[in-house]
Design a protein around this ligand. Structure first.
Ligand SMILES: [Zn+2]
Length: 180
């Protein structure tokens, strides 16, 4: 399997408490960062993950850093929507920490998910996932508030995970032209 370095010249890192995600990241040639306080569960140290992510970007000059959070998926499987809401609120706080410490004039942030995990179904489902890309000169669409329903009207609607990855690579200058 070719690494992201071989494919795009990308120096990439992954911050996670989930060993499976860490293994996939290493397979892709990313440096995997974890900590015993990163549990991959409801009690994970999201502030620690956010601060580590910012350090990897600002001090270690990684081109692309993935900060992974598992808890929302677990809450879906366990059908505990209140816990899912609380984790989303903690993620919101962690994103706030990141936004205070990065310069969106020289950095992009993407917030997305690999799939939906429905409390009702207690399983992964095929619904689209809320996705935001911000920073630099990225164009704004008409969506002004965050939420699964609002995002259905956005410009990223129906793009695949591969599309979202390639959009990011294009924005940070690691691809030949995409879509043109
Ligand atoms: Zn799952």
């Amino acid at each position: 399997m070719p690494t992201l370095k071989e494919l795009y010249g990308l120096r990439a890192a992954c911050v996670s408490g989930d060993a499976t995600v860490g293994g996939i990241a290493e397979l892709a040639g990313m440096d995997y960062y974890t900590d015993e306080s990163f549990t991959g569960s409801f009690d994970t140290n999201l502030t620690g993950k956010a601060l580590l992510t910012v350090g990897l970007l600002n001090e270690q000059n990684y081109d692309w850093v993935v900060m992974h959070v598992k808890g929302t998926d677990l809450a879906g499987h366990d059908n505990i929507p209140i816990v899912k809401k609380e984790i989303i609120e903690k993620i919101d706080t962690a994103i706030g920490i990141i936004l205070q410490k990065i310069d969106l004039n020289s950095c992009y942030i993407t917030i997305t998910a690999d799939h939906s995990t429905s409390c009702e179904a207690r399983d992964h489902i095929g619904d689209g996932v809320p996705t935001i890309i911000a920073g630099g000169d990225v164009r704004q669409d008409c969506v002004t508030s965050a939420g699964e329903s609002q995002f259905m009207a956005g410009s990223l609607n129906n793009l695949t995970a591969n599309d979202i990855f390639m959009l990011q690579m294009d924005l940070i200058g690691f691809t030949d032209k995409v879509g043109s």
